[in-house]
Design a protein around this ligand. Sequence first.
Ligand code: GLU
Length: 591
Amino acid sequence: MCGIFGYIGTKKDDDAATRVVAGLGRLSYRGYDSWGVAGVDSSGITVTKDVGVVPAQKPKTVGLFSVAVGHTRWATHGGVTKNNAHPHLASDGSFALAQNGIVENFLELRERLKKEFSFTTQTDTEVIVRLIEKKKQKTTDLHEAVRAAFMELEGRNTVIILAEDSTVIAARNGSPLVLGKSKSGNSYFSSDTLSFANEVETVLVVENGQMVVCEGQTVQLFDIASGDTVVPKFEALTVVAETADKAGYDHFMVKEIHDSADVLAQVAAQDPLAMKELAQAIDTARTVYTLGSGTAGIAAAQIAFYLRKYAKVNTISLVGAEAQSYFDLFGPGDLIIAPSQSGETADVLEVLELAQTKGVKIATYVNMSGSMMTRMADFPFMAGAGPEFCVMSTKVFTSQIAWGYLLAKTVAGEFTEGVAELEKTKHALRTYLADTKTEKSLKKLAKKLIPASSIFLLGKSQNLEMVKEGMVKMIEGSYKHAHGIAAGDLKHYAITLMEKGVPVIVAVSNDEARTDTISAGIEVQSRGATVIGIGQGKVDQFDAFVELPDTGETAALINVVALQLLAYYMTVLLGNNVDKPRNIAKSVTVK
Ligand code: GLU
């Protein structure tokens, strides 16, 4: 994952490192286990790095440089140590490099390079540094050496390099890279546009297989494979920087859950023509797939559920990391619908890129603007849910499934009815979230769950993926073992774990799954489990019940918001880091 940031100031007294530290802070959703900054002045390159989250301000130990680059890390290769943190220096100190990605052939390259160079870290990144050093033996031109080295790397990699002569070189193959220019000619490099949106006027999206070389105000763009120059096309910045504001809430997570009603309004305002165009593509497609990873993978499964249920379209849902067995089956006439928060998820992109070469059409529903997925899509949709600062996704998930619901209704020729249902759900959700009883009841339930070592969640039909998402949020935030399972499947295995006091949350709505779901709850209750119902229509037999508004076809949207809030209160009660849980990152740009 990782975030890369760089700055070239036009004035000698420009404090580049301060800008880089601030930029890295805005990128820390991409990884926050360690950070580093490299700056250059007449005495050469100085690197400062440490473990932990990027500091709020430039540390006093970092000097004044007009050119600097930096990195916030999510370790893939090599432990989380100061030594493994980026940027990494060349043996002779002539350049420093930071990487976003994984060098898939790093073992092989390291074996080869070990004969000549000594390795001082455990990272795959150091292989790139040594490889460039090797290439420099044959050329005095650093950018040629970088280009030659890049050609030998396997995997999705983006690097930024600071040279001792103050040149900054950045090369992209996979992980995102954007270059921004301010009015006064300062250059900004970053993994995303939002991180510098406040400061730049124009943006250049560096494409895969391209490399930029910047010296002062001069920008040169190259095609890595051929070495040919490419005319850089800077575009006016359209993204508006949103300030990270908790709006009076204790954490971004709870603020963002509370944004959910507004998010439904955004979905209801989707362009009907664009929705109908995609609906038609679904109607005529040979096979329709949905695709995502993690929370977006669960959203993909729910979108597939809505398409089967309301549009009667045979839809197959895929998880990014497990789609290979379909590769030979993809072909012209197929359609993949991919919801994503970042639009940069590596394992999803890999599937989409492969599918596109086979003539598959792609529809995306993404929250971050300017992403890879959006740019490659035949049907690009934007969630417009506003920035999500908490690493755990909540409102964007709700937006994705609401959009999936509306899409299914559109295919069924009921776009207007779908919009009306979402409007109704928005009001119900707003009232529910504003009610002080909501917080009280969910906090009480969270308290009950804290002593448990394992929590089970049962759901069926529209609620199955919702309990899985509840499980994901509990695991991410509370670090507790949770298990979301199909209510009907429970008796085939997990029932062996039901003993006195085991908490089981049962999501139940007034739908065709109601009787079966209640039966599953009663079955586990008979074996000693404590059963807590959550949803529509109180079930008196259960030990407790959290009653939620009944919005009919969209009840799942309400239920998942309650489960997100429950996971939030558990996380708070346990004293965990709510907005930055350990070990995860928001944008998973490595496989
Ligand atoms: N592979 C590099 C490391 O472990 C970069 C990781 C990343 O981009 O997530 O340091």
